[in-house]
Design a protein around this ligand. Structure first.
Ligand code: RIB
Length: 312
């Protein structure tokens, strides 16, 4: 069984239910406030573990405020040998507004997520081998470095190019086995408009990074999968569900998809299960607490059927 390493963020999410997103110059009373474990790295690691993966985490929290985050890793049987507790540093955190439609907007504070040294990265990577998987997002420092080092060792690197900022454009994405992006990230990588035809975005991504496979997620429309060196595009419609909070839906999708691929599940079945996992996640509040177990995902697909289609 391949080892699945996540190098990523651990955030405390402060989630505020709002009548609408705060506008410039506006002061708006929130309807409620809740605190959840989150961070793209942690969410994806939990999704990988709940899907059945053998998961390892490299990350960092503040010594004084990281207890909840460490506990989530332990509860999900994720190896935390390479998780550091930093003195005099706060854990990463977010302020998340959720509107009545379940949409969110996120203010992100990096904190300890940006404290990794190259030596720590090298030490961690030295315990992984060719054929193991590395899952990356863009909420930690030196992602480009670990991407290059891991690929050179033969690890299968899967990157979620999110959140989108200049660091993404400086990463050696051509070394990645899987690049998982939404339409905003995908279009930016190929200098297309956000509302361009998703099939055009996908074909331009494939032309730019011919060695990589792609998943292009399209929110409530669904997702497209294109494997490296293959012309076929696999399309999967999203399930229609009542969304209460979309936070971590993309992370849940990614974790399930990568774990299933690493377990040699057929790509279209991996895509279908990832779609179901994220559909369940949006019906629940919070990041980590919204991620379903594999049994729930399999039961959901059985009950609601296939949403694979010829074209979106
Ligand atoms: O993708 C959702 C995550 O993004 C949240 O849990 C938040 O921590 C931000 O990192």
């Amino acid at each position: 069984m391949a080892k699945l390493l996540v190098y990523g963020s651990l955030n405390i999410d402060y989630v505020y239910q709002m009548p609408h997103f705060v506008q410039p110059g506006e002061t708006l009373l929130s309807l409620s406030r809740q605190e959840f474990a989150g961070g793209k790295g942690l969410n994806q690691a939990v999704a990988l573990a709940k899907a059945g993966g053998n998961v390892y985490f490299e990350g960092a929290v503040g010594k004084n405020d990281g207890t909840l985050l460490l506990q989530v890793l332990k509860d999900n049987h994720i190896d935390l040998t390479f998780v550091k507790e930093r003195d005099n540093m706060a854990s990463g955190h977010t302020v998340i507004q959720v509107d009545p439609h379940g949409q969110n907007c996120i203010l992100l504070y990096g904190g300890a997520n940006h404290s990794h040294s190259k030596e720590e990265i090298d030490t961690c990577l030295s315990t992984f081998a060719s054929g193991d998987y590395l899952v990356l997002q863009n909420e930690t420092n030196d992602v480009a470095y670990i991407m290059a080092q891991a690929a050179a060792k033969g690890l299968k690197v899967c990157v979620n190019a999110s959140p989108l900022n200049q660091a993404i454009f400086e990463m050696p994405l051509e070394k990645c086995e899987f690049i998982i992006v939404n339409e905003i990230e995908g279009s930016a990588l190929v200098e297309e408009k956000e509302d361009a035809d998703p099939y055009l975005i996908l074909s331009k991504l494939k032309a730019k990074y011919p060695q990589s496979s792609f998943v292009l997620t399209l929110g409530s429309k669904g997702s497209l999968l294109s494997m490296a060196q293959q012309d076929a595009v696999i399309a999967c419609k999203a399930y229609k569900v009542q969304a209460v909070d979309t936070t971590a839906a993309g992370d849940t999708f990614l974790g399930y998809f990568v774990e299933q691929i690493s377990s040699n599940v057929e790509p279209q079945i991996a895509l279908q299960r990832a779609t179901a996992a994220s559909a369940i996640a949006v019906t629940r509040k919070g990041a980590v607490p919204s991620i379903p177990a594999i049994e729930e995902v399999l039961a959901f697909v059985k009950e609601h059927g296939s949403t694979l289609v010829d074209k979106l």
